[in-house]
Design a protein around this ligand. Sequence first.
Ligand SMILES: CSC[C@@H](O)[C@@H](O)C(=O)COP(=O)(O)O
Length: 355
Amino acid sequence: MAFRAIEWLDDSDTLQLIDQKVLPQQVRYLELNTTAEIARAIHDMTVRGAPAIGVAAAFGILQAARSFADAPAEEMQSALQQADAVLRASRPTAVNLFWALDRMKAVWADATDPANLPAALHREALAIEEDDIAVNRAISAEALKILPQKVTFFHHCNTGSLATVDLGTALGIIRSAHEAGHEVFAYLDETRPRLQGAKLSSFELLEFGVPHAIVVDGASAHIMRTQDVDIAVVGCDRVAANGDVANKIGTYNLALAAADNDVPFYVAAPMSTIDFATPDGDAIEIEERDSAEVTEINGHAIAPPDAPAFNPAFDVTPNRLIAGIITEYGIARPPFTDSLAAMRTAQQNALKEDV
Ligand SMILES: CSC[C@@H](O)[C@@H](O)C(=O)COP(=O)(O)O
């Protein structure tokens, strides 16, 4: 891979991020040295995509621990509590952020020997990073089992290498199908307002030589009605226990268009994105972002000055529109409450076997 969105540089306690705000015009790397800088980078979407922000947050906790390595135990605990709070407040919808912070907290919260904390947190952050790579590969392997040889995809937002540590989820499936020799074509929703499809997913698919076309978001129903689209596949920021899926705004529209055109609609979801504590989509907090994202493109006004705008960053696709949720433990099918619970049991059994 010619680029890596997120990388921990251990010698300098630095988190290196590709600046996703300026892609694809510039490939600029930023080096972040404090938890506050990482929280800001998550909030302003320098780093984005549910799995990537979870990994970034884990390294934000590590940075706090390393800066207080020589401090008394209580100071270290209070620094970690503060870092945890700042990172939790950076974005509300993607559950991976909270999942990764919970994993880190399980290491630091009841630590009996604070001197060992930086090393233990380093191991945990690296494990979260490595797990993401393995999980993404397993998701692609599950998806490949159901794809025809010639396959035309519809995709929303960016769910590839830039949104994760390595391969990606939904876009990773598209890339893996291409690399496995399928005859692949992908329609990419441009994904207003921030244009992750046009800017980031196209950048990635060009890098990997995958045939595709960017389309405006409003074109999806027309394209599904007039072209042979085999499958729509998207990522997710949070899946409720009943299979309702929160993902980038416009996902619900795409699912409706797919339903009306008999195109199966799939969601690629690491188990870390499934929130069993949230019963259904109504209970998911939807981030609302600055209205300037709607009234401007790349800082240039496109609406009248002072035009009001409303900018929910995510929507919830009801489970009834979803054909399958592709996890690293297999493909959950309706009724999702049961099949997702079965996936969780499979995961718990696998984890027991590993111990
Ligand atoms: C594997 S990424 C999954 C989701 O996080 C992705 O589909 C998405 O909605 C990203 O939103 P973003 O606001 O760009 O962070």
